[in-house]
Design a protein around this ligand. Structure first.
Ligand code: GLU
Ligand code: MG
Length: 447
């Protein structure tokens, strides 16, 4: 709920992070860094890392660091498989003195026996980005709650005074979290991410800290780094930062809105003469996103909890601000795709549990399919498409039936979409197999 990504339609494409002139050892030594967090995520977005001392930075740079892939989590590996080697992408090197004075993080590409591992989300996004001569730029709005969990497991906003019925933009709620929010802001701006706003969102305990758009891979890396940084800094203050889509049934959920635009050779391709100041290409891309929305939700909203966000009819504050249908409109936050200005589209389907690499890969493939097939998004504002999937299970079925979105997950090698689908199907049934208080309340004495 902020001013979004401030880029006029004619703004030049932001330069991708420059390739470092020096190796990892020199960079780290120059920055006083003694340890490197060599990090990558599995298909669920879980950040996995090894702490590598600067003395071994050369080895890390040239050979990578090894992981038992099965232990990582959802990475398509068996216990008998050879090591996953995490090879650092030096352009992602990020000093993190706010976490520890002598720490830097570097995002890694997982390899197995010298080949990029096809189940690794960063490799998947790189493969989809490499499949087109067009460039995808993305901004991501990271929403999250700061909570406490008591001994009984009950969640409350970390700020006990954060109880207003209409907490959005509340100046006092924002100020009470000043130390945390400004630490994150300072970190983002020192890193050159261009943090331009920090606000109290619409749920009690909910915040958003915006940073400027960048090329899709950089933005995906930054979402992972931001979640890590925000979580660590919140823990320091005795709070839990959660990106789960719907921590409280009666409050707004946490989205991961994606602002998307295509460019070619530094020129923006989305501004144009059609509706909302968009080009024909932007309309085709938008149509592709709408066409594949049901399957996309399996990737953009990949947890059981996600569907409590998009399925909600209202919240305590009066609105959910999350979409229920694949529709699009102008500067109207009730749509699946909002068009804030004629330079980008804002996809509001993704939530805080989305893996940003997979989300951007799948959305790019969906949009490009719209371009290839010259699809038309239909009338602006129309709400005629079937509702978004009501549960994770419905979304996974839609994914299995959609070769374009499945194809994006399989972009670095086959079998990933099927594996992801099985994983998510099992997650759904794992949840479905539990018996909770809703059932006790409803059924215990009902018969
Ligand atoms: N929190 C809302 C969501 O779940 C979005 C609110 C906003 O527009 O910032 O998507
Ligand atoms: Mg928001």
């Amino acid at each position: 709920m902020t001013l979004d990504v401030p880029a006029p339609p004619t703004a030049p494409a932001p330069a991708p992070a420059p390739a470092p002139a020096q190796g990892l050892t020199a960079r780290a030594t120059h920055d006083g860094v003694k340890f490197l967090l060599a990090l990558f995520v599995d298909l669920t977005g879980k950040p996995c890392a090894k702490l590598v001392p600067v003395e071994a930075a050369d080895i890390l740079q040239h050979e990578g660091v090894g992981f038992a892939g099965y232990a990582v989590g959802a990475l398509g590996q068996q216990p008998s498989d050879p090591d996953v080697m995490a090879i650092p992408d030096l352009t992602s090197y990020t000093p993190l003195p706010w976490v520890r004075e002598d720490l830097a993080l570097v995002h890694c590409d997982p390899y197995v026996e010298g080949t990029p591992w096809p189940f690794a989300p960063r490799n998947i996004l790189k493969a989809v980005l490499g499949s087109t001569e067009l460039e995808l730029f993305a901004g991501a709005e990271v929403e999250y709650f700061l909570v406490h969990r008591d001994d009984t497991g009950r969640l409350t906003p970390a700020d006990a005074r954060d109880t207003d019925a209409q907490p959005c933009y509340g100046a006092r709620g924002l100020t009470r979290m000043y130390d945390h929010l400004t630490d994150v802001s300072t970190a983002m701006n020192t890193l050159g991410w261009g943090n331009y706003a920090n606000d109290h969102e619409d749920g009690n305990g909910q915040f958003e800290q915006n940073f400027a758009y960048a090329d899709a891979l950089t933005t995906a890396d930054r979402v992972i780094t931001a979640r890590y940084l925000i979580s660590v800094l919140a823990e320091r203050r005795g709070m839990t930062a959660t990106f789960m889509p719907k921590p409280f049934a009666d409050r707004t959920g946490s989205g991961l809105h994606l602002h998307l635009s295509l460019w070619r050779g530094g020129d923006p391709l989305f501004p144009g003469e059609r509706d909302h100041g968009l080009s024909g290409l932007a309309h085709q891309f938008l149509a592709g996103v709408l066409e594949h929305a049901h399957a996309l939700q399996a990737v953009l909203a990949p947890t059981v909890n996600s569907y409590k966000r998009t399925g909600a009819v209202s919240t305590r504050s009066g609105a959910t601000w999350s979409p229920r249908q694949p529709s699009y409109g102008g500067n109207d936050r009730t749509h699946y795709v909002r068009i804030p200005e004629g330079n980008r589209i804002e996809l509001r389907g993704a939530d805080g549990s989305a893996n940003p690499y997979l989300a951007l890969a799948a959305t790019l493939a969906a949009g490009l399919d719209g371009v290839t097939r010259d699809l038309d998004p239909g009338a602006t504002g129309a709400r005629t498409r079937p509702d978004l999937p009501p549960t994770l299970l419905h979304a996974v079925d839609a994914l299995a039936a959609d070769p374009v979105v499945s194809g994006a997950l399989d972009a670095a090698g086959p079998g990933v979409a099927a594996y992801f689908g099985e994983l998510k199907r099992a997650e759904f049934f794992d949840w479905h197999g539990t018996v909770g208080s809703w059932e006790h309340d409803r059924y215990l004495t009902a018969f």
